[in-house]
Structure formats: C-alpha cells, structure tokens
Write a protein that binds this ligand. Structure first.
Ligand code: NDP
Ligand code: 8X3
Length: 262
C-alpha cells in the first residue's frame, strides 16, 4: 500500500543523532522528502546517506542552531528555496536536551539558559519561521518532542522539567492558534531512551551516561521515530494530541526495574 507520506516534505530539527537521525531513516522508508538540520554538519551527511538508502525521495541538510534566531532564519530561507512553491507537510521540533543535573541551589546559569534556548525558544523560533511554509493544508502536522519530564518533576531537573512543561503548553497553544487550518499539532513525550541525551546532560561523561540505563531495557531512537511516523500518517481528521511513551521497565521517573548483575 502506498504510504501517505510518499513524496511529502518533512523537516526535522536535531537530526544529527538520536530521535532526529532515526526519524530521517523512518520517514525515508516511507519515501518522504527530507530537510533536516543540527549544528554537527558532518553527522548530517551520514544521516542523509542512511535516509537515502532507506528510500527517501530526497534528503537535504543544512547547519542549524535553534538557539540563534539568525541561524533559524537562514535555515528556513534555505528550506524555502529547496521547497520552491511546494508546501511543508510535517515539521518535527526535536532539537533539545538537558544540561546538568544540579539542584536549584547549585544550578548554573549557562545550563539553564541553554536548556531554555533550545527546548523552548528554539521550538518557538523554528515554528514561527516554518509556518509560512505550511499554508492551511489538511493532514499537515507539527510534531513536538516533549518528555515525561514535562509531566513529572524530579530532583536536579528544574530547568529541564520547566522547559518540557513549556513545550507541552506551546503545543496546546498552537492547537488553538491553528484551529481551522487543517494543520495538526501534537507532542510525543518519551521516558528513558538511550541516545546521546545523557552524554550531553553529563557533559561528555559516557560512563555516567551509561549508568542511567544499567540493568534495564530503555527505549531506542527507532521506537520514537516509529511513533513520530505513526502520528504523521494518521488520516487528516485525526489529531494525536499527546503521547507518553515509556519503556516497560519504567513505571515513573525514578521508578525503574533493573535486573541484578549476573
Ligand atoms: P540526542 O542528544 O541524541 O539528540 C539531540 C539532538 O538535538 C542532536 O541532533 C543535537 O544536534 C540537537 N540539538 C541540540 N541542541 C541544538 C541546537 N542548539 N540547535 C540545533 N540542534 C540542536 O538526544 P535525543 O535524540 O534523545 O533528544 C531529542 C529530543 O528528545 C530532545 O528534545 C530531548 O529533550 C528529548 N527527549 C529525550 C529523551 C531521552 O531519554 N533520550 C526522553 C524524552 C525526551 P547538534 O548537537 O549536532 O546540534
Ligand atoms: C528525558 C527523560 O527522565 O531523563 O527527557 O528526563 S528523563
């Protein structure tokens, strides 16, 4: 059966690793045409090769720093030139992450600022710049990547929990603002997923990052990419508002089943 995403234009932020890179492959397998960005352009080249192998009808990439308005505007001008007069069908606001695990008492301005610049302001900037490329169109989608952290609090994650709660509210606001346009808006909120997320959070400390997932089966980037594709490929009258996706081994933040070491 022909996929509803075949030859549709899909734009992904934060595509150099994790969910974003896996989403490029997953949409590629449906024959979509891809535009994607992140700061590590060398990684994007590999993602493009992989997406084309999986079946993408096109896979174009460009440097993007969602924390800089100028970078977002330059990226969208590039995307507009690639689209010519065609419309963007799916926007995936995925770029983001957590920085540090300090309490409020010991938190660093730089970590808080980066967390908000990417997860909140980046989402707003990218969406503002992308909307002119998404005229009213039945079946188009904006899919934001939130987190279980936007719904539940845990120590050391004040800025990240606040930022992802902000992402959830921006998603809800957009549903009001885009009502009647045919554009659907939803959030996918994962629990523990093993990507580069924890390595970034712990500033490159891979051992500390690996400990987060020790003895349990975390989600994979592909699990979330497949969820994004599923949301984008529902019939145009169906809006998947909010999905919380957790590993079976995670009942809640901080309540994780871990198998003892053999
Ligand atoms: P990764 O660290 O593997 O991927 C993060 C992506 O975001 C990278 O491609 C990175 O690219 C990009 N990014 C970060 N900052 C910027 C920036 N300023 N401008 C452009 N791109 C940026 O982690 P995940 O794939 O796990 O994370 C993706 C999203 O999922 C994030 O929003 C994260 O908060 C969320 N999430 C992750 C969970 C997890 O457990 N893994 C669970 C719930 C939500 P580059 O560095 O090259 O710019
Ligand atoms: C990432 C999931 O639990 O590490 O958003 O905050 S968690």
């Amino acid at each position: 059966m022909k996929s509803s995403l075949k030859n549709k234009w899909v734009l992904i932020t934060g595509a150099s690793s994790g969910f974003g890179a896996a989403a490029a492959t997953a949409f590629g397998a449906h024959g979509a045409k891809l535009l994607f960005g992140a700061r590590r352009v060398d990684r994007l080249e590999k993602v493009a090769t992989h997406a084309k192998k999986s079946g993408a009808a096109a896979a174009h990439f460009h440097e993007l720093d969602v924390s800089q308005t100028g970078s977002v505007e330059a990226f969208m001008a590039w995307a507009k030139a690639k689209l010519k007069s065609r419309t963007l069908y799916v926007l995936i606001n995925n770029a983001g992450g957590a920085h540090g695990l300090d309490s409020v008492a010991t938190g660093k301005d730089a970590d808080w600022e980066t967390t908000f610049q990417t997860n909140v302001l980046g989402l707003l900037r990218v969406t503002r710049a992308a909307l002119p490329l998404m005229p009213p169109h039945a079946g188009a989608s904006i899919i934001n990547i939130g987190s279980i952290a936007g719904r539940t609090a845990y120590a050391g994650a004040s800025a990240y929990c606040a930022a992802k709660a902000g992402e959830l509210q921006i998603t809800r606001v957009l549903r009001h603002e885009l009502l009647g346009t045919g554009i659907r808006v939803g959030t996918i909120d994962p629990g523990l997923a093993e990507t580069e997320f924890s390595t970034v959070r712990f500033k490159g400390d891979r051992q500390k990052a690996a400990e987060v997932y020790v003895g349990m089966n975390p989600l994979t980037a592909t699990d979330i990419a497949e969820t994004i594709v599923w949301v984008a490929s529902r019939p145009p009258h169906v809006n998947i508002d909010e999905i919380l996706v957790k590993p079976t081994d995670q009942a809640e933040i901080g309540k994780v089943f871990r198998r003892p070491k053999k």
